[in-house]
Design a protein around this ligand. Structure first.
Ligand SMILES: Nc1nc2c(ncn2[C@@H]2O[C@H](COP(=O)(O)OP(=O)(O)OP(=O)(O)O)[C@@H](O)[C@H]2O)c(=O)[nH]1
Ligand SMILES: [Zn+2]
Length: 339
């Protein structure tokens, strides 16, 4: 009996909270509507979402980098994410209103805690995959990140960091590995954030673009952010702290500007991009040298394992595909069953 009473009370409480929330949203929307009707708002202008906090957003005028305007979002708009380009109207009380979303050129999406796929950042040009001699750059893992980047149609760039740790034992292997990706057409940069080597090349590439840094823990992503964005030191610290507490999936991404030009969107969750769930059909498309071959296999449902007339196996035999990449393809495909 006691249990049922409690449940009824719980249900009532939940209903009450939901009702209050809906009421607040209605009041907010009608206030925004009033502002729009009484032309209390300034003219429409373009803006970029720098960060979002639940129902409020920080918006920047492209002509005034670094300036932030708090804005409400109209109820009829889809959820906006960091990097979104929008139309907004400044308000008298310093709170503006976002009135429209401009089309996205790209988006990073990930499943939330309920398995719903949700965008987390938009309009990204480069996914900079940071690798290092230590922790050892693993070809399989690199390929997995590349597949994920190809699946969202954002150009991946490889960045070998910690070149000060190259020595007689690992140099040859890593040079050869980076050459594999250059030959496949990927941009490859090298740097040492410790010795501040190679930073000019990174700055030159990222200028005029919006990027994210991704990669395994310990490869030097925070160190890179620190040398490239000296002014956001504290914020980077915050981000790592939150990863430690495991709250990364709910932390909103933020957009930062490099002093030399270009932007970085960063959050602990975004740094883990590539290890998020991926679909099997994305895997072969993520291997540039394999993606066009299945059309030439004798059987339409060829699994490229041991079927006769398999175009992938033939290309492998002729040396047109590297065995390591073929293994990687198979490995990633089979690993998806375990996700
Ligand atoms: N030798 C050397 N060490 C570096 C370099 N860059 C970073 N490190 C060191 O590598 C370790 C990890 O660096 P972080 O910047 O924290 O790496 P991260 O990728 O942000 O790691 P997570 O926050 O765990 O994802 C630190 O001890 C850094 O001092 C480098 O260029 N050379
Ligand atoms: Zn085949």
């Amino acid at each position: 009996m006691a249990k049922r009473k409690l449940n009824r009370r719980q249900a009532w409480r939940i209903q009450k909270i939901q009702g209050e929330r809906a009421e607040r949203a209605k009041r907010r929307e009608s206030k925004i509507q009033d502002q729009l009707n009484t032309s209390e708002l300034g003219p429409e202008e373009e803006g970029v979402v720098i960060a979002h906090y639940g129902i409020q957003l920080d918006i920047e005028r492209p002509s005034e980098p670094g300036s932030l305007y708090r804005c409400h979002l109209r109820a009829n708009l889809p959820a906006l994410v960091t990097g979104d380009r929008i139309i907004w109207r400044p308000g008298k009380d310093d709170i503006g209103v976002v009135v429209a979303q401009l089309p996205r050129t790209s988006e990073l999406c990930r499943p939330d805690n309920h398995g719903r796929i949700k965008p987390v950042a938009a309009n990204i040009d480069y996914i900079v995959l940071v690798v290092a001699p230590v922790p050892r750059a693993h070809p399989n893992l690199i390929d997995r990140y590349l597949v994920a980047a190809e699946a969202v149609d954002i150009e991946p760039v490889l960045l070998l960091n910690k070149t000060d740790l190259l020595n007689d034992e690992n140099r040859q292997h890593l040079d050869a590995l980076m050459q594999v990706y250059r030959d496949l057409g990927y941009k490859v940069l090298t740097a040492s954030t410790k010795l501040e080597h190679g930073l000019d090349d990174i700055k030159a590439l990222l200028k005029d673009h919006t990027s994210v840094f991704v990669g395994q823990s310990g490869v030097g992503k925070s160190s890179l952010v620190n040398v490239l964005l000296p002014d956001v030191d504290a914020k980077v610290g915050d981000l790592s702290e939150q990863t430690g507490k495991g709250t990364h999936t709910t932390t909103s991404a933020k957009l930062f500007h490099f002093p030399e030009g270009g932007s970085l969107i960063d959050s602990p969750g975004i740094r883990e991009f590539g290890l998020w769930h991926m679909d099997p059909e994305d895997v072969i498309n993520g291997f540039r040298e394999l993606r066009n071959l299945p059309g030439y296999c004798r059987f339409r449902d060829c699994r490229h394992e041991q079927e006769p007339g398999c175009a992938l196996l033939e290309a492998l035999k002729k040396g047109e595909i590297l065995p390591a990449r073929m293994n990687s393809y198979r490995h990633i495909l089979s690993s998806l069953d375990e996700d």
